[in-house]
Design a protein around this ligand. Sequence first.
Ligand SMILES: Nc1ncnc2c1ncn2[C@@H]1O[C@H](COP(=O)(O)OP(=O)(O)OP(=O)(O)O)[C@@H](O)[C@H]1O
Ligand SMILES: [Mg+2]
Length: 310
Amino acid sequence: MSEKILEVKNVSKMYGDRYALKNVDFEVYAGEIFGFIGPNGAGKSTLMRIISGLSSPTTGEVFICGKSVQRRFESAVINLGAMIENCQVYGYMTGKQNLNYYAKLYKGIPKKRIDEVAELVGMTPRINDKVKTYSLGMRQRIALAQAILHQPKLLILDEPTNGLDVNGVMELRQTLRALAAKTNISILISSHVLNEMEQLCDTVAIVDKGSILEIRTLDELHEKNGSVQRLRIRVNYPNYAAKLIYLKYDVPVEKAGNSILVPFDPNNAQKIINSLEQRNIKIYGTKIETKSLEDIYIEILKKHKTGKIS
Ligand SMILES: Nc1ncnc2c1ncn2[C@@H]1O[C@H](COP(=O)(O)OP(=O)(O)OP(=O)(O)O)[C@@H](O)[C@H]1O
Ligand SMILES: [Mg+2]
């Protein structure tokens, strides 16, 4: 088992009489990329602020590399790099000057570390240009370089993809993946871009209303939530078709425009199609699809809302 880097122990946070976080409990291991996903107001930023020591939990405790953030702040956060809310980079300075400036805030960061982090985030070619000439994605990468200057073991990123275009998001994913592979840093990241989280994270926690609904590796999440694949059937009467299939086969049926979606089972796929045709429903096309993290996420939120927790 690899080293435990972050331990969040039964953390709750109340604002007045409302819980922003309720009994949040999880661990992150060395080299793991751990994603936090949840709707607006779920408590993601609150948790990240508590882990960084910017806010105190009402109850519970956070440990970074075994040191309590609440009781031994300095020795705990020495192992932490964070990018929470707007990143501070100065436009009138070059990328390198920004990094030099931050390096002075820490003790004992050797000069060569600046070039090293610039390389790690893929900014070497533009490092001597002024930050005001950078794209948002490049600024983000300089902020990331700042956050890892002191070689932390844990990196916290709160919605780092905000404001980035598709390319920017993809580049950030590649940078983070490379960073985790090269340095074995653990990354805790929150994002609304679920398809990116799916490609980036090893483990995800789905949060809603301050509680963790599920924590799973991506593989487990796919397995636990039924068949990974589903069959999409495009028909002329989707409402009628959905009702028929539900009554005859007792499988969950979803409607999406002119299509119905059923869990894919090779043993009954053809039977389902035949039944529809027997009832004179026209079939315009069929397709086997893989469930995305987004589909699973929506299912889990729905399931918990209706109280049907598996
Ligand atoms: N300083 C505060 N005072 C009172 N309530 C707060 C404070 N900060 C956060 N909250 C409440 O705590 C809850 C969680 O907020 P938080 O910002 O952590 O959510 P989030 O998951 O980061 O949402 P988003 O996706 O919008 O960033 C919300 O109900 C919010 O209104
Ligand atoms: Mg937030």
